[in-house]
Write a protein that binds this ligand. Structure first.
Ligand code: PLP
Length: 430
């Protein structure tokens, strides 16, 4: 039956209608071809990751985060040695309670960004407490420290400025710097001579900003901040640090690397996270001079164009900061536990990178070995993770162990014993 017979009053000319029908029938072929092609490209890429032994699987936890957890597929109580839960606050009863209270009083979320209708008094209170904790003028919250790093440099630095960045800085710093139009100079990892060369090279720039992780997360090594501040002052530069792996537990009051090294008043801008030691939920922030924070509120894209932090997250983080402001007891408990693990492992013949930081990388070299050993550790009831390229350089695979204030001495001893057993099995130690 013809179309005319079916729809005699159709105003669309028949030829047009036929054309439309033929398009409808053939159109799916083209996108289908593109999808098939994309699938093949993606599968090839995925296979190359599997072949290289650098595949990152995700184990499923079925309990709260903590020193002892339940893992899907394992009936035993598992010791967790790979969380950034440095102070054990992720499941601290007061931190949980504060989250519940904030949820009840302020709701699940703001359905808005901060400058529209997404600012509650509890956001302002947390910003004030974080500024107080870091002894800086003001603070701005972000959804993550990744966002804080992505949103800072573009606002502060223009084409007439220069940024001098440690070559091993966190990926989010690298991405944030890519977004800004300043002259970029990368100095060798923690190399003050190279930094000085780069400072000389950038003397004609308007602003110069030295950018470093306070603690480098893959090696647990601490930036030479005294030397960096000396050079910055000599050459008229500003200093920025990322304190994700220091806030809450480094320094006598847990204020961070700048407190540990006595340079709190010489570091100008600090970015850090609420997603590690400070309750472990999510969120990041910048603390620093008030005009900088004011400008970030006006211009910083991840702040302007992303939702406000959810009230329960803010409530929990605020309680975590209050606990640390009230007492340095939790922060202080880390050092002895870290040394117990490091000494036990070194005596057994393992190589542990870094110095006294609770990040204790067990150096293994080979990516597959790191992954197999981590699997065997889980069979012995200890959850650790192998890190390999591209997270760490090729040939420098490791198991990154992280100590928490929530671990007991016996947790640590059990883990060292499991490493000894696994290390012998794989010929890493004799
Ligand atoms: N900076 C460093 C040094 C980190 O280790 C991380 C997290 O892994 C981040 C920034 C990002 O923090 P967040 O999880 O809050 O986005």
């Amino acid at each position: 039956m013809s179309l005319h017979a079916l729809f005699p009053k159709l105003s669309l000319p028949l030829r047009g209608l036929q054309l439309l029908r033929s398009r409808t029938l053939t159109a799916p072929n083209r996108p289908y071809g593109a999808v098939a092609q994309a699938r093949s490209v993606l599968e090839t890429e995925l296979e190359s990751i599997r072949v290289a032994g650098t595949w990152k699987g995700e184990r499923v936890i079925t309990s709260k985060q903590g020193a002892h957890i339940s893992v899907d597929g394992s009936s035993a109580d598992i010791l967790n040695f790979c969380a950034n839960n440095y102070l054990g606050l992720s499941s601290h009863p007061e931190v949980i309670q504060a989250g519940i209270e904030a949820l009840q009083k302020y709701g699940a979320g703001l359905s808005s960004v901060r400058f529209i209708c997404g600012t509650q008094d509890l956001h302002k209170k947390l910003e004030q407490k974080l500024a107080q904790f870091h002894e800086r003028e003001d603070c701005i919250l972000y959804a993550s420290c990744f966002d804080a790093n992505a949103g800072l440099f573009e606002v502060l630095l223009g084409p007439e400025d220069a940024v001098l960045s440690d070559e091993l800085n966190h990926a989010s710093i690298i991405d944030g710097i890519r977004l800004c139009r300043a002259k970029r100079l990368r100095y060798k990892h923690m190399d003050l001579n190279d930094l000085e060369d780069k400072l000389k090279e950038s003397q004609s720039s308007r602003l110069r900003l030295v950018v470093t992780d306070g603690v480098f997360s893959m090696d647990g090594d601490v930036a030479p901040l005294v030397g960096i501040c000396d050079l910055a002052e000599q050459y008229g530069a500003l200093v920025f640090i990322d304190e994700c792996h220091a806030t809450g537990f480094l320094g006598i009051r847990g204020r961070g690397t700048d407190e540990l090294l006595g340079v709190m008043d010489r570091v100008h801008i600090v970015n850090s996270t609420l997603g590690k030691a400070l309750g472990g939920a999510a969120g990041g922030y910048t603390v620093g001079p008030k005009p900088l924070i004011d400008l970030l509120r006006q211009r910083s894209r991840p702040y302007l164009f992303s939702n406000s932090l959810p009230p329960p997250v803010v409530g929990s983080a605020t309680r975590a900061v209050e606990l640390l402001l009230a007492s340095n007891e939790i922060a202080q408990s880390m050092a002895a536990k870290t040394m117990r693990f490091r000494n036990g492992m070194t005596q057994a013949g393992f190589t542990i990178a870094g110095a006294a930081h609770p990040i204790c990388p067990v150096m293994l070299g080979d990516a597959r070995l790191a992954s197999l050993m981590a699997d065997d550790m889980l069979k012995l009831g200890v959850y650790v993770i192998g890190f390999s390229y591209p997270v760490v350089p090729k040939g420098k695979a490791r198991i990154r162990v992280q100590i928490s204030a929530a671990h007991t001495d016996s947790d640590i001893d059990r883990t060292v014993d499991a490493f000894i057993q696994t290390g012998r099995k794989h010929g890493v130690i004799s």
